[in-house]
Design a protein around this ligand. Structure first.
Ligand code: HEC
Ligand code: HEC
Length: 277
């Protein structure tokens, strides 16, 4: 009996949260949703980026078909409740729009800030709408979705120590695994195929994007890929992420691919053995 009441209440909460508010607010939320789904083609957002990525590629759809409602790493459910939040990167308190801009700039290779533009406000409205009814709980720790903070911390620490031991052998194994498990969708040269986005090259995330940081990339990939059947072992995730993130991609304000390796005490040249290839 109790169970069924609970079920009914939670269904009710979900369905109200998914009704667009009336009037202008609803319109702006819908615009934000469209920008997240079609960032590089939406007429307002396309001039803000130089990549071929959509926000939804990393903040994936859930069962309801809406961007960012996945239960995996990358979900936007609850995200807005953390903000304003402390950011280690900025050593300061940042707004949700600042965080959104961070992904526009570093993940999608942004051209200019979206903060307080139509685009920034629309995306903020959509992401905030996904937290309708959830209590505000500003974070003094990290500008992240509250339900995933623990998972991030745990997995990034685990993967950091595994990466520190990586050698050229892991890179070669990563290449083999990439060809076997990922290339069908993402292309042999990482360029992406149809609706599968590029994982390296000029149109992918920049060297300063969160996905380019080895422990972060591994944390996301472990939970999300291969598509609909994320089943890689920790060591496979390490090797594949090492391989992908050693490929060329755009620098961001002077921050280069090799800098992500240096951070972990690794040399990109040695990992790739570039002098012999
Ligand atoms: C290539 C993958 C990628 C793309 C594309 C991307 N993001 Fe992110 N985003 C991430 C990762 C990974 C994190 C978590 C990183 C961290 O906390 O260090 C993140 C975090 C965030 C957060 C903070 C909440 C959280 O879950 O930690 C927001 C808000 C966000 N992204 C918005 C956007 C928006 C808006 C876009 C499109 C303009 C976008 N992202 C595109 C990878 C991506
Ligand atoms: C069946 C096709 C398929 C396979 C296999 C697959 N992916 Fe993906 N991948 C996708 C799609 C589609 C997306 C975008 C997800 C979305 O929009 O919901 C994606 C997104 C990504 C992203 C984030 C966006 C970007 O382009 O940077 C990364 C990183 C990624 N995949 C890595 C991998 C890795 C590593 C493997 C192999 C272990 C893999 N994928 C296997 C289809 C696939």
């Amino acid at each position: 009996m109790k169970k069924s009441i609970l079920l009914i209440t939670s269904v009710a909460i979900i369905s109200t949260a998914h009704e667009y508010p009336k009037g202008k607010l609803g319109e702006v939320i819908k615009l934000g949703e469209d920008i997240i789904n079609h960032t590089d083609t939406n007429s307002l957002s396309k001039s803000y980026i130089n990549s071929k990525l959509q926000c939804v590629n990393c903040h994936r759809k859930g069962k309801d078909g809406r961007a960012g409602t996945t239960n995996k790493i990358g979900t936007f459910i609850g995200t807005a409740t953390s903000f304003p939040a402390y950011s280690k990167r900025y050593k300061d308190i940042i707004s949700l729009q600042n965080r959104i801009d961070g992904c526009f700039q570093r993940c999608l290779n942004g051209t200019k800030s979206v903060v307080n533009t139509k685009v920034g406000i629309a995306v903020e409205s959509y992401i905030t709408w996904l937290s309708t009814g959830l209590p505000i709980n500003m974070s003094s720790k990290a500008p992240r979705t509250p339900s995933k903070i623990e998972m991030w911390d745990r997995d990034r620490n685990k993967f950091s120590s595994l990466f520190k031991k990586a050698t050229h052998k892991n890179y070669i194994n990563g290449k083999k695994l990439y060809v076997k498990k990922c290339a069908l969708c993402h292309g042999i040269d990482g360029e992406g195929v149809e609706s599968s986005p590029p994982v390296w090259g000029d149109r992918s995330y920049t060297a300063d994007g969160s996905m380019a940081k080895l422990p972060n990339g591994a944390t996301w990939i472990k939970d999300n890929m291969p598509l609909d059947n994320a089943n890689l072992s920790d060591q496979e995730v390490i090797d594949i992420t090492l391989f992908i993130n050693a490929q060329p991609r755009m620098s961001y304000r002077g921050f280069k691919v090799e800098d992500n390796f240096k951070k972990l005490g690794l040399s990109l040249e040695k990992i790739r053995e570039m002098m012999f290839q």
